[in-house]
Design a protein around this ligand. Structure first.
Ligand SMILES: [Mg+2]
Length: 209
């Protein structure tokens, strides 16, 4: 499909939908330098894909072996890693992407907002990074504290915590790790998704659709 057809198809969809398999990073296609390719991407919103497609319109990219190629509304689109051959980005491929739409998940955007708030308050740098990693150890300790309290292991205190307390502390560990991950990954959500996929592939398990 052409770039304009792609833009029209995306405009007809809810921009907040997040697609498990989508695309990003427009570039000159390795197969035909004057044609446009997008790289496959995990967990991207329709809005982000639409922005990428609109950005590409009128943009000039360098071909694989040099030369400048300007993308127009009538330019054909492909799905391919930069520098690689790929497949035509047509209606069927796009439909397949929409079939994998998941409900908009605000988890990572919320964590990104928390990170921005922390950066604003505490600044950034090796010390702050170390503190965020230390915080992780603190939260893991709180999980132990809650579980010990749930078991009533100290006879003097008896049962001081509930299962919900343990669950809350586990959530703190997860969120704290997500925050710290921002110091080490350019795209934490994608890094996490790719890591989960590697773990699943290793033991050959698949998520139920
Ligand atoms: Mg806690």
């Amino acid at each position: 499909m052409t770039l304009d057809e792609l833009i029209t198809a995306l405009e007809a969809e809810d921009p907040t939908q997040v697609l498990r398999d989508g695309f990003a990073n427009p570039h000159s296609y390795r197969g035909y330098y004057n044609e446009l390719a997008f790289e496959p991407a995990f967990n991207v919103s329709v809005g982000e894909m639409l922005a990428a497609a609109r950005d590409a319109r009128g943009e000039t990219y360098q071909g694989y072996k040099g030369g400048d190629y300007t993308m127009r509304g009538s330019t054909d689109c492909w799905l391919a890693e930069e520098g690689c051959l790929g497949e035509t980005l047509g209606l069927l491929v796009l439909r397949g992407m929409f079939a994998g739409a998941v409900a908009a998940d605000t988890t990572w955007p919320t964590v990104a907002a928390l990170v921005a708030w922390l950066n604003e308050s505490n600044g950034r740098g090796p010390h702050e990074t170390a503190m965020r990693l230390l915080k992780l150890a603190e939260e893991v300790g709180e999980v132990s504290q809650a579980y010990i309290g749930l078991q009533g292991q100290n006879p003097r205190k008896g049962q001081t915590h509930t299962e919900a307390d343990v669950a809350d502390e586990l959530c703190d560990v997860v969120v704290t790790a997500m925050v710290a991950l921002h110091s080490f990954a350019q795209d934490p959500a994608q890094h996490f998704a790719a890591k989960i996929q590697r773990i699943a592939d290793r033991v050959n398990v698949k998520a139920e659709p």
